[in-house]
Each structure stands twice: as C-alpha cells, then as structure tokens.
Design a protein around this ligand. Sequence first.
Ligand SMILES: C[S@@+](CC[C@H](N)C(=O)[O-])C[C@H]1O[C@@H](n2cnc3c(N)ncnc32)[C@H](O)[C@@H]1O
Length: 366
Amino acid sequence: MAPSSTVWPLDPHTKAKHDILRSYLGGWYPVLSSHNGRIVFLDGFAGPGVYGGGEEGSPIIALKTLLDHGYLQNMSNCQIVFVFCENEPARLASLQEQIEQVKQEHSPFPKNVIIEIYGDSFSDSARRILDSLTEGDEKQNLAPTFAFVDPFGFSGVPVELLRDLVAYDRCELFVNLMVDHINRFATNPKVSQHMDDLFGTQEYMGVREVEAGKRVQFLHDLYRRQLSTVCKFPYVQSFAMYGKNGHLSYYLMHGTRHIRGVELMKDAMWKTDPGGGSAFHDRLAGMDVLFQLEPDFEPLLAGLRQEFGGRTTSIDEVESWVTLQTPYRKAHLRKNALTPMEKAGTLSVARPGKSGFPSGTRLTFD
Ligand SMILES: C[S@@+](CC[C@H](N)C(=O)[O-])C[C@H]1O[C@@H](n2cnc3c(N)ncnc32)[C@H](O)[C@@H]1O
C-alpha cells in the first residue's frame, strides 16, 4: 500500500485531507499567534512535499497557508516554527528542494518564520524535541503546537508519544488512523507491539469478537477514547475517508481542548463535505451532485426541542451545545434552525438589536 517511489499521484481523498488542513490552519494561525509568542506546526510524516502532478504536499500547504495569509503582517510578535520529519532520504531531499523554492518565492523570507527539518523517524525526532524542552527553561519553551501525524500505516505512532507531544494545554492533534489497514492486521501477532503502542492498550484485540461489519467502528471508537483519556482531549472529531473501492480507508481525527478549535475544524470539515461534514468518497469526487446535497437539519431541530424545549436560555449556551454536542456548525444553528423556528412561531427571541442573534440574545423554545 505504501508507494515505493519518491513521489506518487495525488488521490482525491488526499486532496480532501489537504483542503481540511489548509482551511483549519487558515483559522488557527491568527487565533493562536495573537495570544502567544511562539507557535509550532509539526508534520510528523511530512512526505516529499510534492505529488506526481506537481500538487503541493502537506508541509508546503502548511507553509504557504501562513506565508500567503492576509494576517501575517499582524503576526510579527509571534515566532512560527515549522517542524518537518521525514525519514526516507529521497523524499527528504525532495522536501528540502520544495522548501527552498517556497523560500525563494517568498523572498525576503519573514524572520519570524522558522523551519526545522528532521531526517530521522518521527518517534526519534519527537523524543529529541521533548528532551530539549525539559533541558531548557521548560515553561518558556512550551508552545501551542498543531501536530499533524499522517503515517502510511500504523507503526511508529505510539499514543503515549503523542500524549507527551501534546501535553501542553493549547496543543492539538490531527492524526490519520488507517483503520482499514489496522483492521486487517490487528490480530496478527507479528505486529502486536506496534498495535499495543498505537492504542496504548490491548483492548483492540477485542475486535476478534466483533462482527465483521462493525470492526472498523470498534477500532475508531477505541482510538477516539484513547485520544480522550490518554492524550486528554475532551473534544475529538473524526472525518471518514472512503477510497476508490468504496471501503472506509482511514479516519482523520482531531483532538483539541478548546471550543474554538472544535468550531474551526467543523467549518473545515463541512467545507469538504457540504452534505454532512463527516466523510469524503473518492468515487464521488468531482461530481457536482456531491456539492448540491442539502444537509438534513431535522435532527438539529429535534435536538434543540429536546434540550431546550419549554425554557429560556442564552444564545451562547445554545451555540456551545450545538458545537460540542451535535455534528452541526454555529452557522447552521442561526440560518437553518433559529431563523425558521422563529418564523414558524415555535421560538421567541428577545434580542438586544433589531435583527440576528447577537450575544445577549435570549431564546425561549416552545
Ligand atoms: C502518508 S505520507 C505523508 C504525506 C504528507 N503528510 C502529505 O499529506 O503530503 C507518509 C510519509 O512518512 C514517511 N515516513 C514513514 N515512516 C516514517 C517515520 N517513522 N518517521 C518519519 N517519516 C516516516 C514516508 O516516507 C512518507 O513520505
């Protein structure tokens, strides 16, 4: 499954993954840089930086999203550090070449943008980074980190290493869980150490008792639970990627400790899947029909009635509930739920201004 060549063609699901990453970082850089002196984007499995047709790889996307960002000029008080790990020499050389090109294109290169490239394995590089943090003035070196962990398979990604890497409060994780591959190998004794490390528990062995059609969901749920309990992310969202054969190939999972992170990731996921915000299918890629699908908002309306029916509450409370307890976005709440409910007379609105649902608005649901 892993290509043997230095670069390989870009699949539609990889483009979808990149779209989510680009969209998320476009929101993450300004939010984090305005409160911190230093932020880190870490790409643990960086790849060659380019695909067969010349398309950009994740490190270049992350860099250019910052360098071409309209807000960059306001980030001069923040150092933005890019850490790229790639352990295959030819891909590493390709990555270095791609980065040099970006530097030339963006000359004079901003002094507050630092690029560090590690040529050994993600786990060795990550341990080295963690050791250097504990050697120095620890507190000073801790920085909000967005760790993108995108391996080909399941080896070399111990959940306890991820835990250490994202231990600081404002760190986030965006990880590719190759569930199809994991499902095929989960009970193979030859890879049991990798599986133990990946999950940080042997409970994945329980997949043997699960009926065939539910195994991928079982592995998803277990890993998601580990991200919550081991890595201490109260909020974990996932996005399913289906390959050309129609099989669920992998999940992208995002862990954050802040509601703003949940909002930004939901926006990014819904942009890629306008019909539901949760999945991308290679088979449907490029078909316009995908982008005309209207999401079903009935579950949102029903949920609001069940949660808030018969009482008065603030717009802030309702927004938090939608963001954290439902798959929908804040924008859906206003446009597709509150506005039609008010028109239908099932919602009374006491608003500070003339229109909309600004902060301070009180809502009474029938
Ligand atoms: C799925 S590709 C990464 C694609 C890239 N993130 C992107 O979206 O453009 C995985 C990359 O990780 C590299 N790799 C494999 N094992 C590694 C390890 N243990 N440490 C660092 N890199 C590794 C592979 O050579 C490959 O280039």
